[in-house]
Design a protein around this ligand. Structure first.
Ligand code: ZN
Length: 134
């Protein structure tokens, strides 16, 4: 695993949160994207070298809707950049982590992604992401 790629924050109202983070960073989101398979709408902000992803649920079955129901708004996941996601999944499974998507899937921001079950990582949902060449 390499650097933190981004931090994901679950929000109830993406448009309202966009305005808050735009004020916070002094710059608007550089990208907005809907990931239908995940039931989310996302916005991405850069602040210096750091990337923040805001996530709003687009349906009640979305993992983001369920997260907010249980825990309220807030930090949802930490994403790490990996060079070879398939190799990293194999390594982490060997170490006993529960990988939620054994076959990496297409996430927001043109990445291949998977998640580790937070029960194995002290309650932190960890995302692995690899820059997707396609
Ligand atoms: Zn993410």
């Amino acid at each position: 695993m390499r650097k933190i790629e981004h931090i994901g924050i679950a929000v109830k109202d993406l448009e309202a949160s966009n305005l808050i983070f735009e004020k916070l960073f002094g710059a608007p989101a550089y990208k907005q994207e809907e990931v239908e398979s995940e039931g989310v709408k996302t916005s991405f902000f850069m602040n210096g070298p750091n990337k923040i992803e805001l996530l709003e649920a687009t349906n009640p079955e979305s993992p983001i809707a369920k997260f907010i129901e249980r825990k309220g708004e807030g930090i949802h996941h930490i994403a790490f950049d990996v060079e070879d996601i398939v190799a990293e999944i194999a390594r982490l499974q060997q170490e006993g982590f529960v990988v939620l998507n054994e076959v990496p899937k297409k996430g927001a921001d043109n990445k291949l992604v998977t998640f580790l079950h937070p029960k194995g990582t002290n309650g932190v949902l960890v995302e692995l992401c690899q820059e997707n060449p396609n």
